[in-house]
Design a protein around this ligand. Sequence first.
Ligand code: PMT
Length: 407
Amino acid sequence: MYRGKQILLGVSGGIAAYKAVELLRLLVKAGADAHVVMTRHAQEFVCPLTFQTLSGNPVHSELFNLIQEREIGHIALADRAVLCIVAPATANVIGKVAHGLADDLLTTTLMASKAPVLFVPAMNVNMWENPLYRENQARLEHHGYHFMTPAVGELACGWEGQGKLPDPAAIFDFAQNLVGSRDLAGRTVLITAGPTREELDPVRYLTNYSSGKMGYAIARAARNRGARVILVSGPVALAPPEKVEMVQVTTAREMHAAVMARCEGSDVIIKAAAVADFRPLERGTGKMKKGDRKQLSLELVRNPDILADLGAKRSKALLVGFAAETDDLLANARKKLADKGVDLMVANDVTEPGAGFGRDTNIVRFLDRNGKVEELPCLPKEAVAGKLLDRIQSLLKESGGKKFRRQ
Ligand code: PMT
């Protein structure tokens, strides 16, 4: 998405300026033509040469530098950028732009640019909570400027709380939102991800190896393409994606309720979660004692099949299932597609190296209701998500209407 695009990276003066180096590295690696503008204070934290070496472009900082002005000029910087990212964005820079002040190269460039501007604030928690700061951010948001929410944790100033610069990879990912295709704008995409947990007693549960990576990658990609995304997630160790409506659940029955309550308003439903088919018939109220037993049998009962219930409901949403198989991939996936009444099935053989649970890559086949099979190579889950959304988009287009028409 960034390939060949001119991105302006503004770095203002906070300790988190060092993290902007990693963000720049990611942008350059993705093929962006990145140009860095630093405030004077930022240069106290990181040397401009670091950014210059990584970007391959001169670093700009002075508004009235004759050489810089002749070679590029702040208006050219503002005009050529397709996106401006300010990371870290201090309360000072945000406050100045919020009040139309342009007293250095960064604020002047931001005010002169017609490109989307993403502020990634990083500051002391009390500054972040200060009503004056909040008013400035709200004012900028009202005028169409974009913001990421700072992370919570131990801050460099010694305080604990909200105000940390998010991970550079998360900024890189979020910013794609603002440069890529918005072909899913106006659509609501409901995604499930991760495992479910079925408790045996207060200390034990039945679950599976799903990490949520596949579903979360789809959620980020759909958000980046302009969709309103609702992510119903089982318990995972992943950070909730920015600007995605999160619904946290634990059990299959909770996931069922969360999905059913939201399916009517959705245009697309993607079931990437690994839902437990069974749960213990009874949940012990206290820790089950082993006693002198040599063996233990568990009695299990069926959980609701969320995907099959959605298929039976025949809502207007395009319904996408995942099939996790260990043998007879296509035959089993075809059967699930027909039995559960889905429009598109994503089949993965979870025994294949590079595919399935917990990995960063996946190997999938798309099966549609006309019997067409599309095989994809081993790809990062982000790329699988992109291909899946391309396929969904073409099915939505084929359906002609605003809503997918199920036969
Ligand atoms: O989370 P990761 O570590 O990234 O791993 C990704 C993944 C392997 C979990 C993912 O790619 C995947 O295959 N997800 C579906 C896992 C699964 O439960 O497959 P299944 O073949 O058992 O179920 C078929 C479909 O029915 C799935 O869409 C599932 O969400 C749905 N289902 C299953 C049982 C149930 N009770 N309710 C359901 O909705």
